[in-house]
Design a protein around this ligand. Structure first.
Ligand code: BES
Ligand code: MN
Ligand code: ZN
Length: 502
């Protein structure tokens, strides 16, 4: 779908449908809606009087225009109560509306920032355009690669046209639409990788995908293979990889958009392409979902793609320790002790606590860059799912300023984070009688004991850890995120980076 911006009057556009925003509970119409209402002999007012459609968030009502205007339909899109309205309601309404239009087989849509941004006090047109593009592009996403018999492309929307009355509006909306599109398409790029089954998203395939993405976006990509990883001394990461027939890959991406020699920001993504648990085998029920254990890596690739396409003036590094976690005769055992690249030793309690092992070496590798910030993102613990459910990403870190920035970016992107304590006390639980630490502290405080282990490998650097175990996969469809990979984290980190540049 193309998202375009032009100067003009929405009402005169010759499109299949015009999308307008309506607030809940009679808080008044935007001028555009008033005008449509008049031209369609008060049919919008009549719909609202019937009370089937009230303007609640995510509600959509389709009205036929009967030729009163060039467009065949007007979509009323619920934005919720005016006092609660924000950019998230814009995204949701856009997501729902574009999906409905697609289901109806429509091809061209027109709208304006004035109708969706109505009553959004102090929000720039640019941000509204950004959110509209995001909502539509994210909402239309479907993963249909393996549906060979269904022709899913015949019903695609060709164009969403944002029509602005004023020249400044056009310029601002355009800026927002371009950026929103880049970020949303980067999210969909990450979703695609995550949704792939593990047989088609092995570490080697992930590495090839990273290389292709990098080559298309002026990003340097280096892939280290097992012997090279071994020479670096990444014994923790290799301890996870040992059980698998699929060779591990350590994927390094470098985007240099900032000053030469400027301290980079390093993003590290957990990239377990399948987590069976290893010798500490997971129960078989629902195990197939563990193909999503490379979400962090896919999100990292999405962030690099977005940063490069947005030409952000900063230096950015992405690190993906990619491997499967499999049981076999060559697999690590509970009780084994691994020597990490940092020299610290880790006793394996559970081979299912593999993410922190892979991340420990990747995080330590990150410190080689003397980075400004290190951000890791990982489907790390079931405990995080229990603690925060499906609505918040767990955040722990060692730097107040960085954490504050992440919280703000999360609110803006509506990929919200919730801080959990990174207190030294939690280290007690992972003290080992035989090694420097152990890889599991038991059931209690699982989010914190995982994070405190990671913290030992980034000492001296501002670092934040994002546990996305609860939010990375939608079991149920959401307004602009279908069942499957959410890739939550791309928009959060992209926002953090954009804010760091302004
Ligand atoms: N990838 C899982 C975390 C996970 C579990 C995410 C369930 C989403 C749903 C991770 O590798 C894992 O298995 N963690 C263990 C750690 C434990 C053995 C200390 C867990 O959370 O059960
Ligand atoms: Mn595991
Ligand atoms: Zn895992």
């Amino acid at each position: 779908m193309k998202v375009s911006v032009k100067r003009g009057t929405v009402l005169q556009e010759n499109v299949d449908a015009i999308l307008v925003g309506i607030h809940e509970n009679g808080t008044g119409f935007s001028p555009l809606v008033q005008e449509i209402n008049r031209l369609l002999s008060r049919s919008i007012s009549k719909v609202l009087e019937r009370k089937g459609f009230t303007g609640k968030p995510e509600q959509i009502e389709v009205i036929g225009t009967g030729g009163a205007i060039p467009a065949a339909y007007v979509f009323l899109c619920g934005l919720g109560k005016a006092e609660k309205a924000g950019l998230e309601q814009v995204r949701q309404a856009m997501g729902r509306a574009s999906l409905r239009a697609k289901e109806m087989g429509l091809k061209t849509l027109a709208t304006s920032t004035a109708t969706f941004g109505f009553r959004l006090e102090g929000v720039p047109i640019k941000d509204v355009g950004y959110a509209m593009a995001e909502g539509a592009i994210l909402g239309l996403y479907r993963f249909s690669k393996y549906k060979v018999k269904e022709d899913t492309n015949s019903r695609n929307i060709e164009e969403l046209r944002v029509v602005e009355e004023e020249r400044n509006g056009v310029r601002e909306a355009e800026e927002g639409v371009i950026q929103g599109r880049i970020v949303a398409e980067s999210v969909n790029f990450a979703r695609d990788l995550i949704n792939h089954p593990a047989n088609d998203m092995t570490p080697a395939i992930l590495a090839e995908t990273a290389k292709r993405m990098a080559a298309a976006n002026k990003i340097k990509c280096t892939v280290l293979s097992r012997p090279q990883i071994g020479r670096l001394g990444m014994g923790a990461f290799l301890g996870v990889a040992k059980g698998s027939q699929e060779p591990p890959k350590f994927i390094i991406l470098e985007y240099n958009g900032g000053k030469r020699g400027g301290k980079p920001i390093v993003v590290v993504g957990k990239s377990i392409t399948f987590d069976s648990g290893g010798i500490s085998l997971k129960p078989s029920e629902g195990m197939g979902k563990m193909k999503y254990d490379m979400s962090g890596g896919a999100i990292t690739l999405g962030v690099l793609r977005a940063a490069s396409m947005l030409r952000l003036p900063l230096n950015l590094v992405g690190l993906l320790p990619a491997t499967e976690n499999m049981p076999s005769g060559t697999a690590s055992r509970p009780g084994d002790v691994l020597r990490s690249m940092s020299g610290r030793t880790i006793e394996i309690i559970s081979t299912d606590a593999e993410g922190r092992l892979a991340l420990a070496d990747a995080l330590f590798y990150a410190t080689r860059y003397k980075p400004r910030w290190i951000i890791d993102i990982a489907t790390l613990t079931g405990a995080c799912v229990v603690a925060l459910g499906n609505h918040a990403t767990g955040m722990l870190g060692n730097d107040e300023e960085l954490k504050e920035r992440v919280v703000k970016a999360g609110e803006k992107a509506w990929e919200r984070v919730w801080e959990m304590p990174l207190w030294d006390d939690y280290f007690e639980q992972i003290k080992s009688p035989i090694a420097d630490m152990k890889n599991s502290g038991g059931r209690e405080g699982g989010v914190m004991t995982a994070a405190i282990l990671l913290s030992k490998f980034v000492e001296g650097y501002p670092w934040v850890h994002l546990d996305i175990a609860g939010v990375a996969w939608n079991d149920k469809e959401r307004a602009y995120s279908p069942v499957g990979a959410s890739a939550i984290g791309v928009r959060l980190i992209a926002q953090l980076l954009m804010d760091a540049c302004s």
